[in-house]
Design a protein around this ligand. Structure first.
Ligand SMILES: *Cc1c(COP(=O)(O)O)cnc(C)c1O
Length: 191
């Protein structure tokens, strides 16, 4: 927190991995208040699976914490398939939209789960129905034991092209991969 306060070049703080919404309301409120008090910060971003896996996490207390900050809020959900986006999830997210929170989603491209344009287009449209814009589709990192979910880059490129042909541009997520040693994600077209 001291390092953030000392560096006026920092505009955005990201709370992610673990999951910031698995914190208690008290802990979260304390963090938000501390960040809120740093004048040069403009944006607070949360990456969370909890909103969609446990929509009941959007309690009046959580809404009040998020409503109480001057910081612009961005929440990035992590979902991979339209089936994860029930009406209950939509209702929970609607409460956040009322606060003016920008809602985005990132997915992982998983063989046999969402590695075709029809499934992904349905996911993107469902996201938009509940007020969420598709942000990233991640190609898998090499993780031991998960190789059976890998989708190769050529196939991913075809899926991305099909999505572009199917969806309005604002619903097409950026296809990216983490390349070791690079600070930003690398777009699929540049791999
Ligand atoms: C990708 C990433 C970021 C930055 O995300 P952008 O959405 O590209 O700005 C920050 N932290 C971690 C751990 C990331 O993987």
């Amino acid at each position: 927190m001291a390092a953030i306060a000392a560096d006026p070049a920092i505009d955005e703080v990201i709370l992610s991995g673990g999951d910031p919404l698995s914190l208690s309301d008290d802990r979260l409120a304390a963090i938000v208040a501390a960040l809120d008090a740093i004048p040069h910060l403009g944006t607070l971003r949360l990456h969370s699976r909890t909103l969609t896996s446990i929509p009941d996490r959007v309690t009046p207390e959580l809404v009040s914490i998020l409503a109480g900050t001057r910081l612009r809020l961005v929440i990035v959900a992590h979902t991979n398939h339209a089936q994860e986006l029930s009406d209950q999830v939509g209702a929970a997210l609607a409460q956040l939209r009322l606060l003016g929170v920008t809602l985005l989603n990132q997915s992982v491209l998983l063989a046999g789960v969402n590695d075709d344009a029809v499934t992904l287009a349905a996911h993107c449209r469902r996201l938009f129905q509940i007020g969420v814009l598709p942000y990233y589709v991640h190609l898998t990192d090499p993780v031991a034991g998960a190789a059976h979910f890998d989708v190769d880059e050529d196939r991913a490129r075809r899926i991305e092209a099909d999505l572009r042909a199917t969806l309005p541009g604002y619903l097409v997520p950026r296809f990216v991969r983490e390349v070791p040693g690079r600070t930003a994600k690398t777009p699929l077209w540049a791999l």
